[in-house]
Design a protein around this ligand. Structure first.
Ligand code: ASP
Ligand code: MG
Length: 401
């Protein structure tokens, strides 16, 4: 007998048929003698629909009222799933985020979990009930409802697993696991049996949308056993854990991120403190800078080129333009016709030649590299957006073909 947390995303509970499918998976797990806590998201596009409804009323809704509204989506799912479990003869009780003990900070619409009080869940489990918990929501010190940010139910599930010291946290989704590349782009992409937390974090932040970033961070911090698997096909998924056989696969995946823009500041005086001034401005406006390149311009000047998330490009441009005099650049250019393509694998720490294989694959495909960045377990290149899918395929072939 084990304690298992199972999380089902919006598409897995989208309608009556899907809900009963989920209820059967849960009931089977319970019938096998396990304690089960289920975390669900809002059905289908409910959260998007609720956001659209708010936009019909106002363009600047109060964040508190936004959370009040968005939290209703998950509440529908928990009640319906508890009813479906009842229909299957499986004892179940639904709990909202606050009933389940999610205490968050006060940041509405992207709250962070401060602490988890799991007594209520434990008491319900002791009564042999399946506990169905609303994901994505909690309560702050003022007793106001908060939400954890889009895709936050993964984090809810991992937080419960950590608090209850669950044996396993299963994230059910509409794909069979974590793939070596997006199967819609790469025909030969294959499912990974295992991946490390660090690799998963890189892939998650590079746009491989199977798991929410924060949930992986949390799972790593509390050593939660994670499995990503399909709610439709009953096949083993991908296990995410701390250490994976280093002799195994060198490269775990190739990811593409089109949510990126390049900012170039031309002819900045070549003096101490210029980079400091520029990147302080970015950090003051909460803009995450990724790849940075500094190149020699004409004597006495340099060009500073860096990437920012696509959504932040206008703010970045405006802020830099307003402060141009302060760091003395000549002009600022913004380019959003780019994509970042990356290979990820913990094995590359101890294997030379990953960069050359990657660059060789791009060269053979006639694709020009504009910028490069590396970490211990990742190499990213910035290329033209319209060549990105070709690049992902060429690189995938070179390492995993
Ligand atoms: N329903 C929320 C969203 O769509 C939370 C989640 O799906 O995890 O973002
Ligand atoms: Mg959702």
């Amino acid at each position: 007998m084990a304690l298992i947390v199972q999380k089902f995303g919006g598409s897995s509970v989208a309608n009556r048929e899907r809900l009963f499918n989920v209820a059967r998976i849960v009931a089977n797990t319970h019938n096998e003698g396990n304690d089960v806590v289920v975390v669900v998201s809002a059905q289908g596009d409910t959260t998007d629909d609720l956001i659209a409804k708010a936009a019909e009323i106002t363009h600047s809704p109060s964040q508190r009222e936004m959370d009040m509204l968005l939290a209703t989506g998950e509440q529908i799912s928990i009640a319906l799933l508890a009813m479906a479990l009842g229909e299957l003869g499986c004892p179940a009780v639904s709990l909202t985020g606050w009933q389940a003990g999610f205490h968050t900070n006060r940041t509405h619409t992207k709250a962070r979990i401060r602490r988890m009080e799991a007594e209520r869940i434990e008491n319900e489990l002791a009564k042999n009930r399946v506990v169905v918990v609303a994901g994505f929501q909690g309560i702050n010190r003022q007793d106001d409802i908060t939400t954890l940010g889009r895709g936050g139910s993964d984090t809810s599930a991992v937080a419960i697993a950590a608090a209850l010291k669950a044996d396993l946290c299963q994230i059910y989704t509409d794909v069979e696991g974590v793939y070596t590349a997006d199967p819609r782009i790469v025909k030969h992409a294959r499912k990974l049996d295992v991946i490390t937390f660090d690799e998963m974090l890189e892939l998650a932040s590079l746009g491989a949308q199977v798991l929410n970033n924060r949930s992986v961070e949390l799972a790593k911090k509390y050593s939660v056993n994670l499995e990503v698997r399909s709610s439709i096909n009953n096949v083993p998924g991908t296990i995410v854990k701390e250490v994976v056989d280093m002799e195994g696969m060198l490269i775990k995946g190739v990811a593409k991120d089109v949510n990126v823009a390049v900012i170039s500041i031309l002819e900045v005086p070549d003096e101490p403190g210029m980079s400091f001034k520029i990147f302080s401005l970015m950090s003051k406006h909460n803009i995450n800078v990724d790849i940075i390149l500094q190149s020699a311009g004409r004597p006495g000047y340099k060009d500073l080129i860096f990437t920012v998330p696509l959504d932040d490009k206008d703010t970045a441009y405006r802020v830099l333009q307003e402060n141009l005099a302060c760091f003395g650049g000549k002009s600022i250019e913004v380019d959003d016709s780019v994509a970042k393509v990356s290979v990820v694998g913990a094995g590359m720490q101890s294997h030379p030649g990953v960069a050359s294989t990657m660059f060789g694959a791009l060269y053979s495909s006639g694709i020009n590299i504009r910028m490069i960045s590396t970490s211990e377990i990742k190499i990213s290149v910035l290329i033209n957006k319209d060549e990105a899918d070709r690049a992902v395929n060429a690189i995938h072939d070179a390492f995993l073909g």
